[in-house]
Design a protein around this ligand. Structure first.
Ligand code: FE2
Length: 431
């Protein structure tokens, strides 16, 4: 007999009344109509069954540290980096692990089962690296955590307590310990030339080790910050196509249109993907503007139209840079949709893909999707399609990992007591 049957499911591609058959933790069939009895049957009641949410850009070493040692008064990126510098000497292994595990609980409850987290390696103790490697091991049964060696204070700019620039050695040590991806922050290096040199150095390190690259790139309103150009160039030179991601790319918002008309095809040609972080960038960018005030998010629809893979990341939750958030990728997609003005039907669906299958591709996740042979990982949401899911930031009714229910939330229904009106409202559009 079948292990698990999900019946009467809607899928993201528009199919309805579908059955998903699960055996041994894998999907063994996806078929229309009702199939047969199973050990466990879940009636989706016509709601959407999606593959899990994926966050391609997060900082799990800083999460849930809001207010430690103080709050960010200006709300700017640079005060956030300075604040993190104040907090770093006071971090402990146990506190880092506890906060990260607590965040992963929230993530699972929201159907977020794969996260790429940057981890700061500018610390002689590599404390955050050790802590997040421990967290990665502990959450493995229920959440895929991919770690990026991230030189927060600059690979050339950071110096140890004796004044030695050893960030590259710490980055190499992190990779040797099991960190998965090479990070960088070229716009934070001292000069444009040093930023470009850091991109070359880090891409060469990744190529030598056969690793992926994910850099914080051009997270600035300076239209002359063009490290994405070097990142695309090095990707091609080193044969890293399909393995490199540019995170943020906010300077593209402010760049001259003529230059962008050259740049986007270069990004596409190099097979470099992009991650925009709408919650963060709408609050952090444009801070030096009066009015008109720039939004600062990268050119999401234009990149997508050119065939570049673009995902939305959460970036931060309750940390020195961002005091809000809850691990809800539908909130991220909702903000991305608004900031990018992606209100057409296809555009809204693309925003849903930007927090599901596109980041799964960027992370290189295997067995992701709702097809025969994929892992039996999915989320049943209280919505009939991806657009309704974004509109209502739909309740994650059930979260399933390898065929087992690992989180459940009661439906979002308000009881009403109004004359001549229904006795409840569930915020779903009646068709
Ligand atoms: Fe970030």
């Amino acid at each position: 007999m079948i292990d698990l049957l999900i019946k009467n499911a809607a899928l993201g591609d528009g199919r309805t009344n579908m059955s998903i058959v699960v055996n041994g933790g894998r999907i063994t069939d996806v078929l229309p109509g009702f199939i047969s009895d199973a050990h466990q049957t879940i009636d989706a009641n016509g709601f959407l069954v999606s593959p899990p949410f994926v966050d391609a850009h997060f900082h799990m070493d800083a999460t849930l540290s809001y207010g430690l040692p103080r709050v960010n008064q200006s709300g700017t990126l640079l005060e956030g980096i300075a604040l993190w510098g104040e907090l770093k000497p006071h971090l402990t292994f146990d506190a880092l692990v506890d906060r990260a595990l607590a965040y992963c609980d929230w993530a699972v409850a929201k159907g977020l089962l794969a996260i790429r987290s940057h981890v700061d390696i500018c610390d002689e103790r590599l404390l955050a690296v050790e802590a997040l490697l421990e967290v990665k091991r502990r959450v493995k049964p229920y959440l895929d955590l991919q770690l990026v060696a991230f030189p927060q204070d600059g690979i050339g700019r950071w110096k140890d307590s004796k004044g030695n620039p050893t960030a590259i050695e710490l980055l190499r040590s992190s990779l040797n310990k099991g960190v998965d991806v090479v990070g960088g922050i070229p716009h934070f290096e001292r000069t444009m030339n040093e930023g470009a040199a850091s991109v070359t150095l880090l891409c060469e390190e990744a190529a030598k080790r056969g690793l992926r690259v994910d850099m914080h790139c051009d997270e600035t309103d300076d239209p002359m910050s063009r490290h994405i150009e070097t990142l695309a160039y090095e990707t091609q030179r080193l044969g890293l196509q399909g393995r490199v991601n540019g995170s943020h790319l906010t300077s593209m918002h402010s760049m001259d249109n003529y230059y962008v008309s050259k740049l986007i095809p270069l990004i596409r040609e190099a097979g470099v993907s992009a991650v925009a972080n709408p919650l963060l960038n709408i609050t952090i960018q444009g801070r030096h503007d009066t009015y008109p005030k720039r939004r600062g998010m990268t050119r999401v629809p234009e990149l997508m139209a050119a065939g570049v893979d673009v995902a939305f990341g959460h970036d931060c939750v309750m940390d020195p840079w961002y005091s809000l958030g809850s691990g809800d990728m539908l909130e991220v997609a909702h903000m991305g949709l608004h900031v990018a003005q992606m209100t057409g039907q296809a555009a809204m669906r693309a925003c849903f893909d930007a927090v599901t299958k596109t980041p799964a591709k960027i992370l290189g996740l295997e067995g992701y999707g709702i097809e025969r042979g994929c892992n039996a990982d999915f989320v049943l949401v209280q919505a009939r399609d991806p657009i309704e899911a974004i509109r209502t930031r739909a309740t994650r009714l059930k979260v399933i990992r390898r065929g087992k229910v690992i989180a459940e939330t009661a439906p979002n229904t308000a009881n009403l007591n109004l004359p001549g009106r229904p006795n409840s409202a569930d915020f779903l559009h009646t068709r």
